[in-house]
Design a protein around this ligand. Structure first.
Ligand SMILES: Cc1ncc(COP(=O)(O)O)c(C=O)c1O
Length: 435
């Protein structure tokens, strides 16, 4: 089909839903045809720097050769297998993940998406603690399945049907906009949140789930002090701490996992996004003890494609690629260069209020005035559209719709980073009416 025919067919045959429909709707945007490394091409042959890494799942670079080779080889051996019995790549991936983790995180359950893995984490937490309540942060995003959507307090979901019972929002420690500025100020939202949670869940919650660095909610890193305080308080209550490392795990932040940087090990962790190097596989990782208590009496849970050999083989190849190339170190270098360039732009343009993030998960918050921090949502929308036109893809996120999120692949070159900065600067100047 040519581009015109594709657009026509899409208009007629695709349900127009998407992860983000309010900035540039899919039917107005480019239709992607091929990709390599950090670049994607649309049907008209136009080139884009993909600082979204697809949907953050191509962080090893689009069509990473090790992944495509693994897929080709595994496809001829065993593509799909029973979800009741084990298969070889499934066991190999479980062992490979365990090798990269610190004890007591030793066991994995495989699923297909970040939502599935978080849903499984909640289920296991409920079974292990024999409680139901689950807390999540007010700016959290954990997925679009029913339970995870209910825990994704960042996105309102009007008309989606009833929410899940016994899910509870906790205030987010959002340093840039914190009203409590001062020493250990991040402990204020922790204590207010726990006070409310204790009322909602008198016997203690089953778990609290957090992203160590909130991604869709606005690229907000949770302070170490907050996370260690949360862990201590949950332990006192016999409740579990779950890290959703969909966006932060597997090297993106400069360490293999965010919890290693934070120094606070969770009871459960979920991995997804680039775990399969572009293929759909996710993991819930936990301890022997939780695995044992949660599966007591038998746990009927899983999906038909939960541990597909082809996806698990890609998962092992993806971890090998990350470890052998020391991608965490590369992420740290790219992040440092990016932030240096962004700081130079910040000196020129008042609109860049805050620069934050770590490794290859970077954000900037746009404001009309650095004192009042009035969100520059309209300007953000305009810059975003100019960048799209000029060949740079990233996301517009945050509760106030004024945060840009950049997730370039690990394989991005410094020249590509610089080109993206130039496109950003050009788009900013056009938006601000500067020559
Ligand atoms: C932190 C986090 N958790 C979970 C999810 C959901 O993952 P999936 O879209 O694979 O269900 C996402 C997706 O963007 C995410 O950012």
């Amino acid at each position: 089909m040519n581009e015109k025919e594709l657009r026509e067919a899409a208009r007629k045959h695709i349900v127009p839903a998407g992860i983000l429909t309010d900035v540039v709707p899919a039917w107005e945007g480019p239709i992607f045809a091929k990709a390599k490394g950090s670049i994607v091409w649309d049907t008209a042959g136009k080139e884009y720097l993909d600082f979204n890494s697809g949907q953050m799942c191509s962080a090893l670079g689009h069509n990473n050769p090790r992944i495509t080779k693994t897929i080709r080889e595994q496809a001829d051996v065993l593509t799909h297998a029973s979800s009741v019995l084990y298969n070889v790549p499934q066991i190999e991936l479980a062992k490979r993940i365990a090798d990269t983790l610190d004890p007591p995180l030793t066991r994995s359950l495989f699923l297909q998406s970040g939502s599935d893995a978080n849903e499984a984490a909640v289920l296991l937490a409920r079974r292990a603690t024999k409680r139901n309540g689950v807390g999540a942060l007010s700016l959290a995003f954990h997925g679009f399945s029913d339970v995870t959507r209910a825990l994704s307090f960042f996105g309102a979901s009007p008309g989606y049907g009833p929410s899940q019972p016994d899910v509870h929002a906790l205030p987010t420690p959002y340093c840039y906009r914190c009203p409590h500025k001062g020493e250990s100020c991040c402990l204020a939202p922790l204590h207010y949140g726990l006070e409310a949670l204790d009322k909602d869940c008198p016997g203690g919650p089953a778990a609290v789930i957090v992203e160590p660095l909130i991604s869709a909610g606005g690229v907000i890193e949770l302070p170490k002090e907050y996370l260690s305080g949360l862990k201590t308080e949950l332990e006192k209550r016999g409740s579990l701490l779950i890290y959703d490392e969909a966006q932060t795990g597997l090297g993106k932040l400069g360490t293999m996992y965010a919890y290693q940087h934070v120094g606070v090990t969770p009871d459960m962790m979920t991995l997804s996004k680039h775990l399969g190097g572009g293929l759909a596989v996710s993991a819930l990782v936990t301890t022997d003890e939780i695995s044992k208590t949660a599966t007591e009496g038998g746990l009927m849970y899983g999906h038909s494609h939960g541990a597909d050999p082809i996806c698990c083989a890609a998962g092992t190849a993806s971890i090998d690629e990350i470890v052998e190339n020391d991608f965490p170190k590369r992420a740290a270098e790219l992040g440092e260069h990016w932030q240096g360039r962004m700081r130079s732009l910040q000196q020129k343009y008042e609109i860049i209020g805050d620069i934050r993030g770590r490794g290859i998960l970077q954000g900037i918050e746009l404001v009309r005035d650095r004192m009042t921090k009035e969100p520059a949502a309209k300007e953000a929308d305009s810059i975003f559209r100019h960048c799209l036109k000029d060949g740079l893809l990233f996301s517009l996120r945050g509760r106030l719709k004024n945060v840009f999120r950049f997730v370039p692949p690990f394989t991005t070159t410094i020249a590509e980073l610089d080109k993206a900065v130039d496109i950003m600067e050009g788009a900013t100047r056009k938006t601000l009416g500067l020559k």
